[in-house]
Design a binder for this molecule. Sequence first.
Ligand code: NDP
Ligand code: MG
Length: 380
Amino acid sequence: MKKVSLIGATGSIGMQTLDVIDQHSEAFSLVAFSAGRNIEETRKIIAKFQPKLVSVLTRDDADRLRSEYPSLAVMHGEEGLAAVAVFSEADILVNAVLGSVGLFPTLQAIEAGKTVAIANKETLVTAGHLVMEAAEKQQVQLLPVDSEHSAIFQCLQGEQPRNIERLILTASGGSFRDRSREELQNVTVKQALNHPNWSMGAKITIDSATMMNKGLEVIEAHWLFKLPYEQIDVILHRESIIHSMVEFHDSSVMAQLGTPDMRVPIQYALSYPDRLPRSEAKRLNLTEIGRLHFEKMDTGRFRMLALAYQAGKAGGTMPAVLNAANEAAVAAFLDGKISFLQIDELVERALEQHTLIVHPDLETIQQTDKEARLFVHSLL
Ligand code: NDP
Ligand code: MG
C-alpha cells in the first residue's frame, strides 16, 4: 500500500488523482491533502478518504473545519501546504497545486526524502536548478505527471540518456490554433477556455491557447531530462494522441500514444515502476482515428513559445520572471482586465525590464517572482 499526500486536491489534476486512488484502493491511500478555497469539495474528500491531515488556504476556513472534524488535524496557508508535503506517513507527494506557490512545499518534501510526482510545472520553471540540485543531493525521485513528460519518461525506460538526439514535445495548439494573430484581437475568456482536446483548470487552458503551456513544458523538460534547449523541439499535433517522442542517435524514434486522459500519466507516476490496469479507460483505436496530423510550430504566431525558449536559454532568474509575469497576466485576463493578446505583451515587457541574476538562491527566486508580479500589476 502506497500512502499518498496530495497538494491541490480540489483542482483538475487533484480530483483525477483522487479518482485513481479511489479506483485502486488496494494499492493507494490518501493520508494528507491540501485545498485552496473550495471548502465544499474539501468536506467531500475528507468524508470519502478519511485523511489524517488537511490544509486549506485561509485561517477562517481552517477554524471552521476544525470545529466540524474534531479528530482531524487542520492547518492553513503556506505552512499547512508544506506540512502536507512532508507528512511523515506519506511515501509519495503528488504536487497538483497551481503556480509557483508549489515551489517551497516541493523543496520541503525533497528535503524530507519523499518521492515527488510533479504536475505543477510552474515549480520547475521557476527554480528547476534548485529542485534538481536538492533531488540529486537527497537521492529523491521526481516523477513527471505532465502528459508530455510522462510520455518521454516512458520512452526512456531502459535507455541510456547519452543516446538521446532530441526530445519532440507535441502541442495540440489550444483553443485558437486555427486563428491568425489578427483574429485574436477580440476573443473572449469563454472562447479561450474552450480547449478542443483536454478538460483542465482555467490557467493551463489559457496557457495552452497562448502556447505558453508548451513554453513552460520545454523548460520543464530541460530540467527533468537534463538536456540543452537545442535538443528540445515542439511540433503541432492536433489530435493529442502521440503525447511526445524521443529521437535517438541511431535515428530511431520512440513515441508514447493513448487517448487524452490525465489519469493515465497520474496513475503511472503513482504505480511506477509497475503498471496497474485502467479497465474503464477509453482504449486507443487507431483505425477509427485513421490519420494523425503534424505541423511545424510557427513561433511568429505563437510568440510565447519563442519567449520561453529565450528565457530558458538565458537561465538564472529569467524563467522565474517569465512564469510569474505569465501567472499575473493570465489571472488578469481571466478577471476581464486585459485582452488576450495583452498576456503576451505583459510577459514580454516583464522580461525586458528584468536584469538577469545568474545563480539565484531560493530567496532571490522568491523576490524575483514577487517583483515580476508587481511589475505586471503596475501596468494593468
Ligand atoms: P486547477 O486550477 O484546477 O487546481 C489548482 C489547485 O491548486 C486547486 O486545488 C486549488 O485550490 C489549489 N490552489 C490554487 N492556488 C493555491 C494557493 N495559493 N495555495 C494553495 N492551493 C492553491 O489547476 P490544474 O489541476 O489544472 O493544474 C494544476 C497544475 O498541474 C498546474 O501546474 C498545471 O500546469 C499542471 N497540469 C495540469 C494539467 C491538467 O490537465 N489540468 C495537465 C498537466 C499539468 P481551490 O480550487 O480549492 O481553491
Ligand atoms: Mg502537458
